[in-house]
Design a protein around this ligand. Structure first.
Ligand code: PHE
Length: 467
C-alpha cells in the first residue's frame, strides 16, 4: 500500500531538508556544551567509546523507528502512533509513549533555553572585549556573576524562548525550513574555523589523546550517562525526529537519510571535542569542569590568544545557532499535536507552550542562585526523598530535570518507539516505509529495531539499578 498522505502542517521540499532539519535538531548544546563536559567528567576516551556504541546500536535504530513511524503516520507523534496502532490492531495506549516524549521535549526546552541564554550573554561579552587578557579567577567570577543574577538569566532565557517561538509560529516551511537553510551551513563553517584554530594552539595531540585514549577501568561509571547522552544528542525518544519524519517526502530512503544525520551529529560532537580540549589544555585547565566548562575555560583561552576575541564571538554565535535549531524541534511535536487537537492557530498554540516552557525554565534560572538549595531525588541515610530543601546530596532543579529527561524519560520513550515500529506495526508497512531493497539489509535493520536497541536500553537500566 503506497503511503501518499500529507501532513496538514506542511512538508519539506526534499529529503535534504529533512537531513538539514534532523541534523539541526540533533546538533546542539548536546554536542558543543554537554558532550565535552561529560567526556571530561566521565574519563575521556572510555566515555567516548561507550557513547559511540550506544549511538550505533541503540540511537540510530531508534531514530530509524521514529522516522518511519512519523512518515507513515503523517501527524503529530501522539496522533501518528494512535492511528498506526489502530491500523495494525495494536493498543491505542502506545500513544502514551508519544505523550511522555512530548512532555520530555518541553522539559528539555525549559532548561535548554536558559543555557542557550548564557551563550547570548557571552556573545555580548566577547563583542565588548570583556574577556581580553582575563585570568582563571576572572573568568570564573564572570560566569558566577552571570549565574548568580536571576534577572540577567531571565532576560536571556526570555529572549531565546521568544526566538524559538517565533520560528515555530511561522510554520514548517516559512519558519523552520527557511531558517534552517541559513543556520546549518553557517554552523558548519564556524565549527571548521574553530577546529583550524585549535590546531594552532600547540596542544592538539593532548586533546586528541584525551578524547580517544581508552581506559577500561573508567567504563562502568559512565555507561548510563553515555546511553542517556546518546538519546539526547540524537534527539531521539521524544518525538522530535518523528515529527520531522512526518514532513518528509514519501519517495526517499529513510535508512541512508538517518545514517547521514547520525554521522553528522557524531562528527560535530567529536569535532567540538577536538576543537575545545586543546584550547582547555593550552590554557592549563582541567577538562572535568562540569557544566561551566565551556563558559569558564573557553573565555580564558579566547581572552589570552591572538584573535581570541573574534574567535570567541564566532564560537558563541555558533553555540546559539546550534541551540536554536534544536530548540525548535523540541517545541514542534507539542505544537503539531495541539494544533491538531484544538484546531487553533500555530501562533496561539506556540505562544501557550512557549509560556509553559518559560515558566518551568524559571526553575532552572533560580537553581543557580536563590533556589540552589531546593534539592530533588535525594538519597539520604533516612531513605529517598523526591524533594528536600537544603539537602546535602540530591540534584538542584536544573540537574533534576536533566536527569529525569536524559536518564529516564528519553530511554523509556525510545524503547517504546522501537518496540512499536518493530512489533506493533506490520512488517509490510515497515518494509514499505523503509524501502530497503536488499532483504538482508532490511532484516538487519528490523533486527536492530526489534531486538538490539530495546535490549540495549534494558541492560543499561538494569546495570544502573544494580550498581
Ligand atoms: N539533540 C539536541 C542536542 O544535542 C537536544 C535535543 C534533545 C533536541 C531532544 C531535541 C530533542 O543539543
Amino acid at each position: 500500500m503506497a503511503n501518499d498522505k500529507v501532513s496538514i502542517h506542511g512538508a519539506w521540499a526534499s529529503r535534504w531538508v529533512f537531513i538539514l532539519a534532523a541534523t539541526g535538531s540533533a546538533v546542539g548544546l548536546g554536542n558543543i556544551w554537554k558532550f565535552p563536559y561529560m567526556t571530561g567528567l566521565y574519563g575521556g576516551g572510555a566515555f567516548v567509546a561507550m557513547y559511540l556504541v550506544c549511538i550505533a546500536l541503540v540511537g540510530l535504530p531508534i531514530m530509524l523507528a521514529e522516522t518511519l513511524i512519523g512518515r507513515r503516520g503523517r501527524q503529530s507523534p501522539v496522533n501518528s502512533m494512535r492511528s498506526l496502532a489502530k491500523e495494525s490492531g495494536g493498543s491505542r495506549y502506545w500513544s502514551v509513549a508519544a505523550v511522555i516524549g512530548m512532555v520530555a521535549a518541553l522539559l528539555i526546552l525549559s532548561f535548554y533555553s536558559v543555557v542557550a541564554g548564557w551563550s547570548l550573554d557571552y556573545i555580548i561579552g566577547m563583542g565588548q572585549g570583556n574577556f581580553s587578557g582575563i585570568s582563571a579567577e576572572g573568568a570564573g567570577a564572570a560566569f558566577g556573576g552571570l549565574t548568580d543574577n536571576p534577572w540577567r538569566l531571565t532576560l536571556w532565557h526570555t529572549l531565546f524562548m521568544l526566538g524559538t517561538g517565533f520560528v515555530i509560529a511561522k510554520g514548517v516551511v516559512a519558519g523552520l525550513e527557511r531558517s534552517l537553510r541559513i543556520m546549518m551551513p553557517m554552523l558548519f563553517v564556524l565549527l571548521l574555523i574553530l577546529l583550524v584554530y585549535s590546531f594552532t594552539t600547540g596542544h592538539f595531540m593532548q586533546g586528541f589523546h584525551f578524547l580517544f585514549h581508552f581506559d577500561p577501568s573508567k567504563v562502568q561509571g559512565g555507561i548510563l550517562a553515555a546511553m542517556g547522552h546518546a538519546f539526547f544528542t540524537l534527539s531521539v525518544g521524544v518525538g522530535s525526529i518523528m515529527v520531522y519524519g512526518s514532513y518528509m517526502p514519501k519517495k526517499s530512503s529513510i535508512g541512508a537519510t538517518v545514517l547521514t544525520v547520525g554521522l553528522l551529529d557524531t562528527l560535530v560532537a567529536l569535532t567540538a571535542g577536538l576543537a575545545l580540549f586543546p584550547i582547555v589544555f593550552a590554557a592549563g585547565l582541567e577538562p572535568g569542569g562540569g557544566p561551566g566548562l565551556m563558559f569558564v575555560t573557553l573565555p580564558i583561552a579566547f581572552g589570552n590568544v591572538a584573535f581570541g576575541q573574534v574567535m570567541g564571538l564566532v564560537f558563541f554565535v555558533l553555540v546559539t545557532l546550534a541551540a536554536w535549531s534544536s530548540s525548535i524541534s523540541m517545541l514542534e511535536p507539542a505544537v503539531a499535536y495541539f494544533v491538531e487537537r484544538t484546531g487553533r492557530s500555530r501562533t496561539a498554540v506556540t505562544s501557550m507552550l512557549a509560556v509553559f516552557c518559560w515558566v518551568v525554565g524559571m526553575g532552572t534560572v533560580l537553581s543557580f542562585n536563590i533556589g540552589a538549595d531546593a534539592k530533588f531525588f535525594v538519597f539520604a541515610n533516612d531513605g529517598f526523598h523526591l524533594f528536600q530543601w537544603g539537602a546535602e546530596g540530591g540534584k538542584n532543579f536544573f540537574e533534576g530535570i536533566d536527569y529525569l529527561t536524559s536518564r529516564i524519560l528519553l530511554p523509556i520513550g525510545g524503547l517504546a518507539f522501537a518496540m512499536f515500529a518493530g512489533w506493533v506495526m506490520t512488517r509490510d508497512s515497515v518494509r514499505d516505509e523503509l524501502s530497503i531493497k536488499s532483504p538482508l539489509l532490511f532484516n538487519m535493520a528490523l533486527w536492530l529495531i526489534r531486538v538490539v536497541a530495546p535490549i540495549g536500553v534494558l541492560i543499561v537500566f538494569v546495570a544502573e539499578l544494580t550498581k
